[in-house]
Ligand binder design. Structure first.
Ligand code: NAP
Length: 455
């Protein structure tokens, strides 16, 4: 079987990759485990040296790496370049902080000495999505390798070029030959890979459906999982909000990566007093977005990553319109060959519509009117997801209270759009998954938290 990379801007085939056979996967895992056994003895200083090298390789080759991404999944080139810079940042961050995050912690007990050590687990399988094809991998790999683990990457089937480029970065940075390996395979190979006796844990970033399947398999084999799944992030706009700022941040968040971000603002929930003003500003901002060739430096929205995903999104939009949503902009399929979908704005969205309850993974903004603040909070929490959320209000103390105590989400921002940052833990609740990436919490997911007690 083969994996195909197709440029979504014109549907031209870029490359075809032979999938690894079961024997090749087994051999790759065994070699990774051997590499891990040697790597776990390597000092933190040397591990950090190689991670810094990976970051400098990325900074030196930003354009070349960004191009692979833009061609394989259509990300506007300017955003692809920023993504590579962010990967370099997370490498620098863990190179600088891993030693202190994993330093043994002394605990005072009746023993003559007792402490907690953080030991690597071994080979970790990473099942990753195409939407941030470098960032998703680096935010897992940088802490995991610093902790002494080995990594096997099963990337999304449409971004094998990115997966192989990442493997090459680690090799060139001087990491042991088999410590980080890509296995080009479709999702059919995930179950047997999880069940391999040398695979100790799994991290999956992707859809809730994939998360449920991976968690069930890993659970039956008693292997730890971290799941970073979908989201339907609510952005609440209160009547005392700076409407200009709120509209600008909402549109920015919704349209980043052509709307294909787990933490995009997927529901703009506006209290009725300011709904018209807010809608007007959103229409204005969305009308001015540069939609076109992802290779153009000025482009903010390019094609979606695949035509099947575009068709699925269009179906959700049409079903929402049939159920009563108003389409103020877009909402029609482009004649152009490729996965194009113009920025679309749905208003009057209400309970029972796909745009209210499902994740819309593309450039479609959704406005829901709320009666008042209480109603806005109720709507925000009326979801099976719980990844990010935001509140806009000039009363920052009050907004902080809503963010902290009233919203069910893994991260809540006030007067700003939600973003990931190596210094802050990232992850969700409910059907958005469990476990955390980034910061101290991310590096502690794939370690054995080991108690040592000396009488
Ligand atoms: P996806 O279809 O779930 O694919 C993600 C990865 O899982 C791919 O490598 C895919 O392999 C694999 N996969 C799919 N179905 C599987 C199954 N049943 N068993 C095992 N592996 C399976 O998701 P996507 O469409 O690529 O990505 C979009 C989704 O990811 C959205 O829901 C988005 O919100 C979420 N996401 C979440 C985060 C976060 O941090 N929370 C970040 C980014 C994206 P193939 O490509 O071979 O099918």
């Amino acid at each position: 079987m083969a994996l195909r990379s197709i440029n979504p801007a014109d549907n031209q085939e870029l490359a075809v990759y032979e999938e690894f056979t079961a024997e090749k996967i087994d051999q790759t895992i065994r070699l990774a485990n051997e590499a891990h056994l040697a790597w776990r003895e390597v000092s933190m200083g040397i591990r950090a040296y190689h991670l810094m090298k990976a970051s400098s390789i990325m900074r030196r080759r930003t354009r070349q790496l960004a191009l692979i991404m833009t061609q394989e999944m259509g990300k506007p080139i300017r955003e692809s370049e920023s993504e590579i810079e962010k990967c370099a940042w997370v490498c620098d961050y863990y190179a600088e902080n891993a030693a202190s995050f994993l330093a043994a912690e002394q605990i005072r007990t009746e023993a003559s000495k007792s402490f907690i050590a953080f030991e690597p687990l071994g080979v970790i399988l990473a099942v990753m999505p195409w939407n941030f094809p470098f960032w998703q991998v680096f935010r897992f790999a940088a802490p995991s390798l610093m902790a002494g683990n080995a990594a096997i990457l099963k990337h999304a089937s449409n971004v094998t070029g990115c997966a192989l480029a990442i493997e090459e970065i680690f090799r060139e940075a001087g990491f042991p030959e088999h410590l980080f390996r890509t296995i080009p395979v479709g999702s059919h190979a995930v179950e047997s890979t999880i069940r391999h006796s040398l695979v100790r844990a799994v991290t999956l970033t992707g859809s809730t459906e994939a998360g449920k399947s991976v968690a069930a398999i890993a659970g039956s084999a008693i292997k730890k999982t971290v799941l970073e799944l979908g989201g339907s992030d609510p952005y609440i706009i209160l009547k005392d909000a700076n409407i200009e700022l709120a509209a600008e941040q909402c549109v920015k968040s919704r349209m980043i990566n052509t709307g294909q971000s787990c933490i995009a603002a997927k529901r703009f929930i506006v209290v009725k007093e300011v709904a018209d003003d807010f809608t007007e500003k959103v229409v204005d901002l969305m009308g001015n977005i540069h939609f076109g060739d992802p290779m153009d430096e000025n482009t903010a929205i390019g094609p979606m990553a695949r035509t099947d995903l575009r068709d699925e999104l269009h179906d959700q939009v049409l079903r929402s319109i049939v159920s009563g949503a108003k389409c103020l902009m877009g909402g029609v399929l482009h004649k152009r060959v490729g996965a194009w979908y113009a920025p679309t704005l749905l208003t009057d969205v209400a309970e029972g519509m796909p745009a209210y309850s499902e994740e819309l993974f593309g450039p479609v903004a959704v406005i829901i009117r709320a009666e008042d603040e209480e109603d806005a909070i109720r709507i925000a929490n009326d979801t099976s997801f719980g990844l990010g959320a935001a509140v806009f209000s000039e009363d920052v103390t009050h907004a902080e209270d809503i963010a902290w105590r009233k919203l069910n989400a893994g991260c809540c921002f006030v007067n700003s759009f939600v973003r990931s940052d190596p210094r802050l833990p990232f992850g969700g609740v409910g059907e958005s998954g469990y476990g955390r990436e980034l910061a101290l919490f991310g590096i502690r997911e794939f370690v054995n938290i080991k108690t040592i007690y000396i009488q």
